[in-house]
Design a protein around this ligand. Structure first.
Ligand SMILES: [Zn+2]
Length: 144
């Protein structure tokens, strides 16, 4: 129920773990061990979390969920934009452009100056139209 929110938080550059299926006991153990805040739609779960910081997500719609979290924790929608792997949450590192040539479509290589990659899963990133869509969406949600 918060998978898209998790993805958005990674897009914004925030360290975010997400589990589609996880045992509640294990989830709480992890939150405790790593000092994480738990974001959930599950009011029964937040009712029994005296020792773990947590936030009940109020809305079903991912965009409103994101708005809630950004406002509540005064997150920056743009400071860390696209600095973290969307798949595995690892901070991205610069990737030499000449090495990207054989890995991306020719059009992408011609039009992109900078590439980054995930040192954990190896996924390659560049800005392109994806970033424009994201910026447009963030502008709709948060203004300039
Ligand atoms: Zn990754």
């Amino acid at each position: 129920m918060v998978g898209k929110l998790a993805r958005w938080l990674r897009i914004l550059g925030y360290d975010t773990l997400y589990f589609r299926e996880i045992d509640n006991g294990r989830l709480l153990e992890l939150a405790r061990a790593e000092g994480r805040r738990l974001l959930t739609r599950d009011a029964r779960l937040t009712g029994r979390l005296p020792d773990i910081p947590h936030t009940l997500i109020r809305d079903d719609r991912p965009e409103l969920q994101l708005r809630q979290i950004v406002r509540e924790f005064r997150l920056s929608p743009s400071a860390g934009l696209l600095t973290r792997c969307l798949e595995c949450n690892t901070p991205l590192e610069p990737f030499p452009r000449e090495q990207a040539e054989s890995l991306v479509p020719p059009y992408v290589f011609r039009t992109q100056k900078r590439f980054s990659h995930c040192p954990n899963c190896g996924r390659l990133y560049w800005k392109g139209t994806h970033e424009e869509h994201i910026r447009t969406k963030l502008k709709e949600l948060f203004g300039d």
